[in-house]
Design a protein around this ligand. Structure first.
Ligand code: COI
Length: 353
């Protein structure tokens, strides 16, 4: 792909690539050799550049540390069959990033900077893209308020960065989830649709409680009635019941998942019935009690397609269908085939570096 403008690069003189155990990757532990950074001040983005990966020097007064103006994205680059590297749907991630930033009163990042920074960083650290089938180079653009001020205010200064890390499969095993009937992730009018740090921090406590009860994740429900399924931990929730793919309608309390959108597109292309609508735990319970085959899974960039094998609703638990012929796995295979170039990319999802 042609590049718009060149971002200055300072290369590392000491690559850590050789010391990295690609057979033992823990998610997000191992940074690649470089990062992208640019500062926002005086109402403009300054000095976009790529440097060797380094820690930050930050004032303890930095506003993000106190009032939480911090937003991130998560996307992946894949090693294609022909050896090239492709980034999956960076334009859609960029749109979502800017939507999140707007909700948090933070300045937008122009697409030229966002895409060019991704392009050059991935190009430079391309050897960090894992070769194993479930592997990918995970890309983490993020922005936070760096202005040093303790007054409660919208910051005037920010730092935008992109870091990268080689990853393997996010969840090693099918998940056991608990329908959350007490705590909420997001309420109407809140920040649910934004990928802001606070949404994740606030989810830790209920998730820890669910873990202590033997579950991997919670299935969030709506804040008013605790009845309608919203999303699950780090993923959108999807179900296949009676050959129909059902997923909660996008509302302002839900994250507009790129994997969710891609799976819906693939399902429609196959002629499969899809429904984006409210789905209550009561409907799930009725289907499961009635012995219907229910496939349940989480869809997300990190998780891709994460099968759910058990859903706990109050004191009642149900097994979901996770056998090898489950339809959800076919979406995972198809996404993999598109990303690696063994299936035509008819939607133009791959940004080939
Ligand atoms: C992602 O899927 O990229 C996420 O943001 C989930 C998690 C790793 C925070």
């Amino acid at each position: 792909m042609e590049t718009a403008f060149a971002i200055p690069i300072r290369r590392t003189t000491k690559s850590r690539l050789d010391q990295t155990r690609f057979d033992r990757l823990a998610f997000g532990k191992e940074p690649t050799d470089h990062l992208f950074i640019s500062e926002f001040a005086g109402n403009e983005w300054r000095d976009p550049r790529i440097e060797p990966f380094h820690d930050l020097r930050l004032s303890p007064f930095a506003l993000a540390l106190h009032y939480g103006q911090t937003v991130f994205e998560g996307m992946k680059a894949f090693r294609m069959e022909d050896g090239r590297i492709s980034i999956f749907r960076p334009d859609k991630h960029h749109e979502r990033f800017n939507r999140s930033l707007e909700r948090m009163c933070m300045p937008a990042v122009p697409s030229e900077i966002f895409l060019q920074a991704l392009h050059e960083l991935v190009d430079l650290d391309r050897d960090w893209a894992p070769t194993q089938p479930e592997g990918a180079l995970y890309l983490r653009p993020f922005m936070f308020a760096s202005e040093a001020r303790l007054g409660v205010k919208v910051a005037d200064e920010y730092i935008f960065m992109i870091v990268a890390t080689p990853v393997a499969q996010y969840y090693a095993n099918p998940l056991r989830v608990k329908v959350e009937l007490e705590y909420v992730r997001a309420a109407e009018g809140g920040t649910g649709y934004a990928k802001c740090g606070g949404n994740y921090g606030a989810a830790f406590y209920p998730t820890q409680q669910a873990r202590a009860e033997g579950f991997d994740q919670v299935l969030w429900t709506d804040s008013r009635h605790h009845e309608f399924i919203e999303e699950s931990g780090t993923m959108n929730a999807m179900f296949i019941i009676d050959d129909t793919l059902i997923t909660p309608l996008l509302t302002p309390t839900l994250l507009d998942g790129v994997t969710r959108d891609s799976i819906l597109t693939l399902a429609r292309q196959r002629g499969m019935a899809t429904e984006e609508r409210s789905i209550s735990w009561k409907e799930l319970q009725a289907a499961l009690r009635g012995g219907k085959r229910v496939e349940a899974f989480g869809a997300g960039t990190a998780a891709v397609v994460a099968p759910i094998e058990w859903i706990q609703i109050g004191s009642e638990g149900f097994g979901c269908y996770t056998n090898d012929d489950a339809v959800m796995y076919s979406f995972k295979r198809e996404l993999h085939a598109i990303r690696t170039g063994s299936q035509p990319d008819i939607h133009g999802w791959n940004y080939v570096v």
